[in-house]
Design a protein around this ligand. Structure first.
Ligand code: S3P
Length: 171
């Protein structure tokens, strides 16, 4: 599999709560590649949390930082990269992902996302209103774009290793 990937990274995309970080970590272990969480790298680069970046500078500033950090990460060699839910919506980022990686969309149903993100209240976009309504509207906007990913895997309530196995098979 590593040979088939060559120098490309595996880039996980999908909505908040679909399991990008948890599944990405296990996938990286399996592929013997470094795991990188883009949101964490953005926080490191900014010296503050995503919550604070949104609160102090607003979403457009966050998106610009996200684009730059992803451009740097994607050029830094093969890795498993978990992206924030909005990253794949950026045209430049999508083009960079296509150039340097294989994109994997972890497609999840609304109920699963609601259950997962309801637990942690640290996602700025979900503060805009009822999490279920916000997630539904993000699904409407984003799923047609996520569908451009190279590979789609259904994220569902099974052990993460099952999903990891499905991703590995389709790489
Ligand atoms: C966002 C998702 C978050 C984070 C930010 C914005 C989004 O990442 O980047 O809160 O636009 O969907 P996760 O998908 O890892 O939660």
């Amino acid at each position: 599999i590593r040979t088939a990937l060559g120098q490309r990274s595996v880039v996980l995309v999908g909505l908040m709560g679909c399991g990008k970080s948890a599944i990405g970590r296990r996938l990286a272990y399996k592929l013997v590649l470094p795991f990188v969480d883009a949101d964490e790298e953005i926080e490191k680069a900014a010296g503050k949390s995503i919550e604070d970046i949104f609160a102090e500078h607003g979403e457009p500033y966050f998106r610009e930082g996200e684009r730059k950090v992803l451009a740097r990460l994607l050029r830094s060699g093969p890795q498993v990269l978990a992206t924030g839910g909005g990253a794949f919506m950026n045209d430049e980022t999508r083009a960079a992902i296509a150039e340097f990686g294989v994109s994997v969309w972890l497609k999840a149903e609304l109920a699963l996302l609601v259950r997962r993100v309801g637990k942690r209240g640290n996602r700025p976009l979900l503060k805009a209103g009822d999490p279920e309504a916000v997630l539904q509207s993000l699904m409407d906007k984003r799923y047609p774009v996520y569908a451009e990913a190279d590979i789609t895997v259904e994220s569902r309530d099974v052990p993460h290793d099952v999903i990891v196995g499905e991703i590995v098979e389709s790489l």
